[in-house]
Design a protein around this ligand. Structure first.
Ligand SMILES: NC(=O)c1ccc[n+]([C@@H]2O[C@H](COP(=O)([O-])OP(=O)(O)OC[C@H]3O[C@@H](n4cnc5c(N)ncnc54)[C@H](OP(=O)(O)O)[C@@H]3O)[C@@H](O)[C@H]2O)c1
Length: 84
């Protein structure tokens, strides 16, 4: 079972994709975005064995590198990437 890093997970598209991955596969979703409060609110009822929140900036290469090779990254970002 692989871990899937979903960047932009509380965005309009990201939240639907996170729910679909959990519902239709055995992969573990690492739901990411820059704001911990929004991640916590969006995924408050999630099963932690299937979905974990991980505050992270997609432009932070070092943080991405620390996740290791076992993570597949899905990028579901809005148009503001890299502007904040
Ligand atoms: N919604 C649709 O119906 C639809 C349809 C077709 C295609 N799309 C495409 O899908 C993509 C996402 O659309 P959306 O409507 O879901 O946008 P959205 O609601 O604005 O969500 C974008 C997400 O990306 C995150 N994000 C932005 N920059 C980031 C960064 N540097 N690091 C980590 N997370 C970052 C945002 O969180 P923070 O800014 O808080 O970090 C947010 O969670 C866009 O490219 C859009 O063109 C959307």
């Amino acid at each position: 079972m692989s871990r899937i890093l979903l960047l932009g997970a509380y965005g309009l598209a990201g939240r639907a994709i996170a729910e679909a991955i959990v519902r239709t596969s055995s992969h573990v979703v690492l739901a990411s975005g820059r704001r911990h409060d929004r991640l916590a609110a969006q995924f408050a009822g999630a099963d932690p064995s299937r979905l974990q929140i991980l505050p992270l900036d997609a432009t932070d290469a070092r943080a991405l590198g620390e996740l290791g090779d076992a993570v597949t990254i899905l990028t579901i970002l809005g148009g503001n990437l890299g502007t904040q």
